[in-house]
Design a protein around this ligand. Sequence first.
Ligand code: FAD
Length: 661
Amino acid sequence: VEELPESKCDVLVIGAGPAGLMLAAWMARCGINARVVDKRGTKIFSGQADGLQIRSLEIFDSFGFCDRAWKEANHMIEMCMWNPGEDGVIRRSDRVPDVPVGLSRFQQIVLHQGRIERFFLDHIKKHSKDTLHVERGVLPETLEIDDRSVDDHAPDSYPITVKLRHLADEEATPAQSNGSTVQDGLFRSNLAEDDTDDLIRKSRGKEGTAEIVRAKYMVGCDGAHSWTRRQLGFQLEGEPTDFIWGVLDIIPITDFPDIRMRCAVHSASSGSLMVIPRENKLVRLYIQLTEIKPDASGRADRSQITPEIIIKAAQKIIAPYKLTYEYCDWWTAYQIGQRVGTNFDHKSRVFLCGDAVHTHSPKAGQGMNVSMQDAYNLGWKLGLVVKGIAQPRILRTYQSERRRIAKDLIEFDHKFSRLFSGKPAKDVLDAEGVSMAEFKDAFLKGNMFASGLSVDYGASMLIAKEGDPTEQGDGTDVSSKIQIVGKQQLASNIKIGMRFPSVKVLNQSDARPWEFQEKLRSDGRFRLIVFAGNILSGSQKMRLDSFCDKLSSSAFLKSHLYKDIDILTCHSAKRTEVELLRDFPDILHPFNDRTGWDYDSVYVDDESYHEGYGDAYGNYGVDRKGGCVVITRPDQYVGFVGRLEGDGFADVEAYFKGVFV
Ligand code: FAD
């Protein structure tokens, strides 16, 4: 019997792709004793996902590294549609903005997954003070869950036992396919068999290469073939389709006029192609491989697929334009299929994020985004529960909130990829073909979803709004815990359940304009946002003072203020007629013995010198005189909207009593 070293950790993360790294980022920000393991010996250096949607950029910004992605990436501004004319020759039929105008300060950008992983790794290093590292070439071999202590969220309960294997270098680096010298992603593609079981088998019996880890919580971010999901016995539901696509990241040599635009090209009978202009002169082409079909097993033979075959297919689609390349950075192929997991968690102890619980085609640029956003939803909840700040029952909202998003994603992708892979209709009588008007319409409608901004979480102890949570919670009962219902009408455009939108406001103390959302950092804290209204009016000042008095004297909130709940204020009086120290209660700009007053928490809705006027109250739909209060969660989603006066304070307190220990 092997004598194995044993250790404990609070959270064990399996897999360090985008989802695992997002989770690790939260662990670093919340100061959690976590471990992150990945079976591969290195991170990704080229290829794979590249599209970053608006919401992901807002999240990066809240962590403080969006500027790196924004600078390096290619920006997608316009989308062009190319379709066959009556003569069967492709021509540009439409131009539309790539994302709806006016949605956010960000637009969609493209940059390869390897860079995004790099930004995360740097962030994790910095915020964990270099204590949290991805342990590469390490994978779990067995998982045991002690069902007796699983429901007991006591601080010293470690119900999860995992045996980890440490691989030799060569085992952690999979071979390239087809003898190619170019980096290919076939070993990660869904056309490849998973090698996890193989790796475990081969490395067994090697001395000193295993260890036992006991964990309080575990998160499987281990991709579409998820080992964790298989151990839990959970299924992915859905079917693969017969559509097979190739992907080339090349520097194209071509006379096609829109090669630096995002394009959807539907040829008359050779299939479709998507052009994604990328950083460093690269262009990603998604190319339908109409001549490659799945075999009897339902899967295509990947040894048939080479970059030469893929470019030939592209040349046919894009004819009469010419297309070749000298430099290929990466290539792969995949079979479209939309599948979603039956369960996202096991007894609020083991969770699944990202491709482990939803897979779909990559063309809509959603996979990496939705995967990171799963982990973004879960990470802070785990962080606060492990630290004993929040009640463990908030963990149940992970599945109720994210499974519905996954289902919406699958539905969106199903529709989009059918329209994209289908043959264009010859005329209105061609019922088999895809109407190009329908394609454009689906693209425009899907755009809001694809931006990531339409996410609207249902009622729970974290989202104080009306609604039947069991409807979107797939049976997870979070309903009985809702204590209060927010007053949406007080801030008609700060939707309870959606992310806090951004508008320009000015800092009261130094007149500098800020996007208000920038002040909602991902540091693990909730935010109480006081829309103080026109504090130059005596009655409004009395309302504000009275709210702040109650806040200062609440025994329950006292221990949480500033530590777990940050306070931000935005008022609507004239900036130059108001003084921070004279007109605002201290609790809104607290004093610190060493650093003095806080000059970074009170903002004003007023005209700036150089960046125009945000009209925050108008845009947020808040009454300029009376204001309101808003609570946002650590992930910027709006949990509550209520009044400054009357029952307003009691509701704020009740909200936090429903969340904190
Ligand atoms: P993954 O990125 O798959 O990461 C899983 C990690 O877990 C890997 O590092 C793996 O090594 C590790 N792992 C797996 N099993 C184990 C185990 N047993 N033990 C330890 N570690 C393990 N998405 C987009 O948004 N836009 C795109 O344009 C896009 N294009 C794509 C193109 C291709 C060719 C592919 C294959 C995917 C594309 N995607 C795209 C999808 C995107 O890459 C995934 O959705 C995203 O990477 C999912 O992140 P994840 O962290 O859930 O999983």
